[in-house]
Design a protein around this ligand. Structure first.
Ligand code: 13P
Length: 251
């Protein structure tokens, strides 16, 4: 059976000390709570090694929010997949709409990043999602299908099976406007069908597909109740222990 997962994406928030305190807070809360899903926090590069030192990796997974599209070399300011792996992180968020939109990350670049992540035993949490115009003009299913095909469909079945997907409609990110549970379910079921057509039913059934975009304690349970919604990728609400745990315990 596929995993249920709640993952935080802190984005460019918290300084190192605040980040360590937040990670400890989540870790402590998990020690005192029965949870029915895997829990991951995605933190800035600068925080990874220190956060890894204060969390129990058997209870709380650690993700980077990006990695470079090169293994090593003269790429000033970049952080490679081997560097991320050396901090103890075991996941990496790739293809976030903010990376696509503000840093020009194309499917071609993302394909390289996914391969480097997998080569370094990092599990990609691969984000896809349409912008408002594509939602409104009805092309949203095709847009998301193309994002998946372009970046991931050259993977072997064995490698595709390692990917976690996160559907994040761009119009719902940080806007307070959540996709309805039915809108999320429509897309997640469609994505699973696209995977099944390429890699077969077994792999499609095994793939965790998370929803992201203004997910909060108040709407998580309704979203997670949908058969094809396997958890959430949480931005704003992951920055406080209480709201993040409110979503974790929605399962
Ligand atoms: P918000 O939860 O702040 O809308 O962000 C979602 C997101 O982008 C997670 O990657």
């Amino acid at each position: 059976m596929r995993k249920k997962i709640v993952a935080g994406n802190w984005k460019m928030n918290t300084n190192l000390q605040e980040g360590i305190a937040l990670a400890k807070g989540v870790n402590d809360a998990l020690n005192n709570t029965n949870v029915n899903c895997d829990v991951i926090i995605g933190v800035p590069f600068t925080h990874l090694a220190s956060v890894n030192d204060v969390i129990d990796s058997s209870k709380l997974g650690l993700a980077a929010e990006n990695c470079a599209d090169h293994k090593s070399g003269a790429y000033t300011g970049e952080v490679s997949a081997p560097m991320v792996a050396s901090t103890g992180a075991t996941y990496v968020i790739l293809g976030h709409s903010e990376r696509r939109q503000y840093y020009g990350e194309t499917s071609e670049i993302l394909k390289t990043k996914v391969n480097l992540a997998l080569e370094n035993n990092l599990t990609p949490i691969f984000c896809i999602g349409e912008v408002l115009e594509e939602r409104e003009n009805g092309s949203y299913l095709e847009v998301v299908k193309a994002q998946i095909e372009e970046a991931l469909f050259e993977l072997s079945a064995e490698d595709f099976d390692k990917i976690i997907l996160a559907y994040e409609p761009v119009w719902a990110i940080g806007t307070g406007k959540t996709a309805t549970a039915d809108q999320a379910e429509e897309m997640h079921a469609f994505i699973r069908g696209v995977i099944a057509a390429k890699y077969g039913e077994t792999i499609a059934e095994n793939t965790s597909i998370l929803y992201g975009g203004s997910c909060k304690p108040s709407n998580a349970a309704e979203l997670f109740a949908k058969p094809n919604v396997d958890g959430g990728l949480i931005g704003g609400a992951s920055l406080e222990v209480e709201s993040f745990m409110g979503i974790v315990t929605a399962f």
